[in-house]
Design a protein around this ligand. Structure first.
Ligand code: NAP
Length: 543
């Protein structure tokens, strides 16, 4: 249901309507069919549909994009890492060249503020440049076992470990990062860096942004003389588009960020194919905040302030939002400190305005979950933000329970996507260990501790690391650094493959497979891009 509020960005919508095709980008061409079903973009702040419509992709478009990507793969996989690096840098430059319109569209379609969207555009461009520098520095081959013809009883052959790109990759744009995890985001950048063509299924929450970003990629593709089908964009909101894309035999891997329900469904589609393919899904996390007694007593008010700030970032719509607070209050003084923490955090939440969510669907699901939780007798209401001015805006929510109740209802440990946190009072180390054991896999957990806390609870820390992809000390989890040592993944359901990361340069490994070359003739070293066998080979490790 949409409202009749006048369009708050009429001029921008007119500008976008004059520039956008509302079509899919397939093999460098914006498709021109006019007889297809269409859907409209929406302003989540007003819940008003915008005069921007987009074609729904069907089987024909999926097949055209995947077939063209398969043909492009043969050429793209033979490009030198330096050429792919220049391509990624060109995409970053083209994004920046069109940054005014891209950021305006992303703000309009997501409701996110300018500072956040500007930061996200910068992060997207820097991410592309980081992969470019990684491509220039990664040795090929990675490892060399030198031959030993004299070895007895059998001579040792020379082996070189190298890597090959998998082939066309399907990438799902995320609703909560219209730039950094969408069309030219981390999944696309890492797949393109690896040598894989990409087909993006744009998120229907920001189709105009997706088209503008795809346009920038298309300009970079032609500037760098890359095959035109190295990148395609399919738009649509029918489930058949998602399932049809990941089930197409030409797709060789999938990158996804979104809900547990859809992630599981698509993972199952990938596993059920005649030839199963890897599915890299980032599905959900409640990012536990462990407050240890010494730290709680020393800094209760500061910790509460940090929690408030972190859980409200982007109205709680971050995969790293801190949704569970485990406060170990095992003495009278730590219970007093917890009371101070509770009071400061509750006060801050009570004074917080309601705000729009990224999509009406996300707002509705937050409101439904909030109602269910408020009706749960095992939970106590600590604080709720100010009443919402519009039905699709949401009020932050803070609830409390004890460890026993949490352990009795594991569903309380499911992600509530939005401005929510559950404070859990834990009375002993044994109880804390039981809660940690009961946790699902998480992207992150933070330990707030003094140095004597750290020495006092070694078993807790030892157990916690097995539940997470990133263990953080004395910092909040929101804000994911894009760098070499970042791991943004974790045991299921944080991600569907706990051995991989979707952020940082290691993300490229998801779209590569190992290949060993044994006894490679010297006249073929250049064809296989292997350099010369030499102890001076840059970066390679010799055995
Ligand atoms: P989503 O519902 O999982 O949608 C992700 C993608 O899958 C979209 O392109 C969506 O397009 C498609 N899709 C939706 N339903 C489908 C179905 N039944 N079959 C096949 N494809 C389907 O995620 P969302 O729209 O971003 O947000 C919904 C919920 O996802 C949130 O409330 C939150 O719980 C979770 N979420 C989590 C994270 C995280 O980082 N942990 C991030 C974003 C969202 P259509 O909807 O048009 O079909």
């Amino acid at each position: 249901m949409t409202t009749e509020i006048p369009n708050r960005h009429e001029a921008l919508v007119k500008e976008l309507a004059s520039q956008l095709t509302g079509q899919h980008l397939i093999a460098g061409q914006w498709q021109s069919e006019t007889d297809v079903e269409r859907f409209q973009s929406l302003d989540p702040v007003t819940n008003q549909t915008l005069a921007l419509s987009f074609a729904e992709a069907g089987e024909r478009q999926i097949d055209a994009a995947v077939t063209a990507a398969g043909a492009a793969f043969v050429q793209y996989r033979q490009t030198r890492p330096q050429a792919r690096a220049a391509f990624l840098e060109a995409i970053a430059t083209e994004l920046e060249n069109d940054s005014v319109l891209i950021t305006a569209a992303a703000m309009l379609e997501s409701g996110l503020p300018q500072a956040r969207i500007n930061g996200e555009l910068g992060r997207t461009a820097n991410q592309l440049r980081l992969f470019a520098s990684e491509l220039r520095e990664t040795p090929s081959p990675l490892l060399i076992d030198k031959a030993n013809p004299e070895r007895t009883p059998l001579p040792k052959p020379e082996l070189r470990l190298t890597q090959l790109p998998l082939g066309p990759v399907a990438v799902f744009g995320a609703s909560n990062f219209p730039l950094a995890f969408s069309t030219a985001g981390g999944d696309s950048a890492s797949a393109l860096a690896a040598g894989c063509p990409v087909i993006v299924k744009g998120h229907p929450a920001h189709p105009a942004t997706s088209e503008l970003v795809a346009r920038a990629i298309a300009r970079a593709t032609s500037r760098c003389d890359m095959p035109s089908a190295v990148f395609s964009l399919l738009q649509g909101r029918r489930p058949e588009l998602s399932t049809g894309l990941v089930s197409h035999s030409g797709i060789q891997a999938v990158g996804f960020t979104g809900s547990f329900k859809v992630g599981r469904l698509l993972a199952d589609c990938c596993a059920a194919r005649a030839k199963p393919i890897p599915f890299y899904g980032e599905l959900g996390s409640i990012n536990p905040q462990l407050l240890l007694p010494g730290k709680l007593q020393a800094e209760a008010e500061t910790l509460a302030g940090h929690q408030h700030q972190s859980m409200l970032m982007a109205q709680g719509q971050f995969c790293t939002s801190p949704g569970l607070i485990l406060a170990l209050a095992d003495s009278e003084s730590s219970q007093k400190a917890l009371a101070r923490y509770r009071s400061v955090l509750s006060q801050a939440i009570t004074e917080t305005e309601a705000a729009p969510m990224l999509t009406p669907g996300i707002a509705e699901s937050f409101q439904t979950r909030s109602k269910q939780l408020l009706a749960n007798p095992a939970l106590e209401l600590l604080a709720q933000g100010k009443a919402a001015a519009a039905l699709h805006h949401t009020r932050p929510l803070l609830l409390e329970t004890g460890a026993e109740s949490l352990l009795a209802s594991p569903d309380l440990m499911e992600e509530v996507f939005g401005p929510f946190a559950l404070l859990v009072t834990v009375k002993s180390e044994a109880e804390l260990q039981a809660v940690i054991q009961a946790l699902d896999g998480q992207l992150t957990a933070s330990v707030h501790a003094t140095s004597s806390d750290l020495q006092g609870y070694p078993d807790v820390l030892e157990a916690l690391q097995y539940k997470v992809g990133r263990l953080i000390f004395n910092q909040m989890p929101t804000g994911v650094e894009v760098c070499h040592a970042m791991n943004h993944g974790g045991p299921f359901p944080a991600s569907t493959d706990l051995r991989s990361t979707s952020v940082g340069t290691q993300a490229m490994a998801r779209f590569l497979r190992p290949l060993s070359l044994q006894n490679l003739p010297s006249e073929l070293t250049n064809s296989f891009n292997q350099g010369q066998v030499s102890d001076q080979h840059p970066g390679a490790r010799y055995f």
